[in-house]
Design a protein around this ligand. Sequence first.
Ligand SMILES: Cc1cc2nc3c(=O)[nH]c(=O)nc-3n(C[C@H](O)[C@H](O)[C@H](O)COP(=O)(O)O)c2cc1C
Length: 364
Amino acid sequence: MRLLEEFHGAAMRLPNRVAMAPMTRGRADDKTGVPHPLTAEYYAQRARAGLIVSEGVWVTETGKSGPGIPGLATDRQAEAWREVTEAVHEEGGRIFAQLWHAGRVSHPGVMGRIPVAPSAVRQAGRIFVAGGWTETVEPRALGEDEIGEVVQDFAAAARRAVDAGFDGVELHGANGYLIQEFLARNTNRREDRYGGSPAARIGFPLEVVAAVAEQIGAARVALRISPGNPENDIVEDDWKKVYSRLLTELRRYELAYLHVIDTPEAEALSYLRPLWPGALVANLRSEEPTSRAEGESLIEAGLADVVAFGRLYIANPDLPARFALDAPLASADHAVYYGARLDGYTDFPAFEPDSAKFACSARS
Ligand SMILES: Cc1cc2nc3c(=O)[nH]c(=O)nc-3n(C[C@H](O)[C@H](O)[C@H](O)COP(=O)(O)O)c2cc1C
């Protein structure tokens, strides 16, 4: 099975091609942004993945998107993450921190301030704050000086991540958060050097990559993108121009990998793969979780080197082993995906062949 083969990239050697996709679980202390004590166990249980990408972690509190999301901006947060990285390494795994600024996809009810964005364009729809769903608010457009500060927030968080033992960082440029808000025409209406043409709109993402690469070395930096993904009210009708230009610029760095989310709306992967000679991690966004068969065909077709699995990892901590055994896959109730509850987090067991045989024979 291709998914279980080793992967040797220019910057990364992985024992298999099954990555755990970044997934917010909302279990951190909401006041301090410190990960929950069970977080180390949660990721250590999943350490047989070729690569773990952590849940999105805010680089500055203004960039926090919802309740219970952890940060990587204070010493206390970094200390707690050190326990996580040590636990994963003890189990033989590798873990990247996903660095996140939510941009306009936040709310004063989440982080106490008006959210910031490239432009003052309100997101259609509603947003989840402590206490339930509420109306979104109009964000404040970042001043030019402030943009430089946010770039530095990413660089400082990357430094903290590596100091806390992460093997690298993945910059969250997908799903309608700050980085993608600069790329998309409907959220970036700036008239300064960060807005307008595709060449201008890729300016902020490139500054973040450059600052983070300078801080920790390009080989430890990855970028996640979701071209054309309408999530969080993004409209990217010119995504081909924007992302081909972005990838052309990024080729000068030997990044750890590029992480592409392929959506039914855009089907960006087949367009972008020929433009990216480096390591590529792919993930599919659709109603059903990315499956083993889909992962196999992405690798067979040369569209991906590694495939990231999200929802399957919630209930199957030992996913590569289950793929190898063709074992049944467990599923998790949606209700446990996010939130302060502790069930549905570390309590999904690894597959035990004997008990499955017993369960089958008991049924027949
Ligand atoms: C509970 C949950 C939390 C998620 N949190 C994040 C996140 O923090 N960062 C991110 O880039 N994507 C996040 N995603 C998207 C996943 O990484 C992935 O793209 C999506 O689940 C589709 O992959 P799948 O079909 O394998 O689940 C999240 C998805 C789920 C289900």
